[in-house]
Design a protein around this ligand. Structure first.
Ligand code: SAM
Length: 275
């Protein structure tokens, strides 16, 4: 009989953010797979939970993943946690979840805090459409490529960054995107929680003046959408002509070209007849 993998979101600072369902799952499981067993032990001690722990992190995920899958297939009820926040979000987890899906092992999720979403909500920046970019690579080439690909991105972008790399990252973002709005969101749910809404140029200056400390999420404004290309009457007539050549009647082609280009049907039709 197959067991179950339970993904559990854990606090990103404030321990009271552990949900009652998450607590219950930790109390009732057979085994907890944790990114860093020492970090998770502190959480478990705080809530008076004693459970067997096994490490599952980036560099043992292939071998350990296979081992965990076998345990699940033998009926183990297993919780997977990362150091903080949601497993699989810039953290290990995705690989094990994919293995479970492939092997037909049931997986469920007990959602919890996620720094990216919490920071976006706190920033007040447009949240209707956004992209999560995680950490930029430390490899210069991959980093440049990543930023290059984002230059025209119109959605709000979310980045994670370590404090000692923040200055460089802000400079790189400024170089790639120019002066855009940015929210520097720091130490969410902790005593020194802060959200500074500024621009990339100003943020570079701020971090030069004061050494960044704590955990950061950067919310960067998207590019201005490109102005739609003006369609000339010639283009509209050309469109109608193509449709006509494809077998449409002149009047249907003019109607379709008008819908596609915004030009009045009558004008397109008249020009078609003249020609
Ligand atoms: N899985 C986590 C989640 O769901 O948010 C993210 C883990 S990732 C390894 C760690 C990064 O998340 C940090 O470098 C920082 O960018 C961000 N982060 C985590 N906790 C945070 C907090 N309390 N305040 C601001 N950023 C935080």
């Amino acid at each position: 009989m197959s067991g179950q993998l339970i993904l559990v979101g854990t606090p990103i600072g404030h321990l009271s953010d552990l949900s009652p369902r998450a607590l219950e799952a930790l109390q009732n499981c057979d085994l907890i797979a944790a990114e860093d067993t020492r970090v998770t032990l502190k959480l478990l001690n705080h809530f008076g939970i004693r459970k067997p722990l096994i490490s599952y992190f980036e560099h043992n995920k292939l071998m350990r993943g296979e081992e965990l899958l076998q345990k699940l297939q033998q009926g183990c009820r297993m919780v997977l946690v990362s150091d903080a926040g949601m497993p699989a979000i810039s953290d290990p987890g995705q690989d094990l979840v994919a293995r479970c899906h492939q092997a037909g092992v049931p997986v469920t999720v007990i959602p919890g805090p996620c720094a990216a979403v919490a920071a976006l909500a706190l920033s007040g920046m447009p949240a209707g459409r956004f992209t999560f970019e995680g950490f930029l690579s430390v490899n210069k080439g991959s980093r440049r490529e990543h930023l290059e690909a984002l230059r025209g991105e119109t959605r709000t972008m979310i980045f994670y960054e370590a404090p000692h790399k923040l200055k460089t990252t802000l400079k790189d973002l400024y170089a790639a995107f120019g002066d855009r709005p940015v929210a520097l969101v720091r130490e969410l749910t902790k005593i020194y929680e802060e959200c500074v809404n500024t621009t990339l140029a100003q943020a570079v200056r701020l971090t030069e003046e004061k050494e960044p400390r704590g955990e950061y999420v950067l919310i960067v404004g998207g590019a201005e959408p490109a102005a739609p290309e003006e369609t000339t009457l010639d283009t509209a007539v050309e469109r109608a002509r193509t449709l006509r050549a494809g077998g449409m009647s002149a009047s249907a082609a003019a109607r379709q070209a008008a819908a596609d280009t915004g030009w009045p049907r009558g004008e397109i039709y008249k020009r078609m007849l003249e020609e």
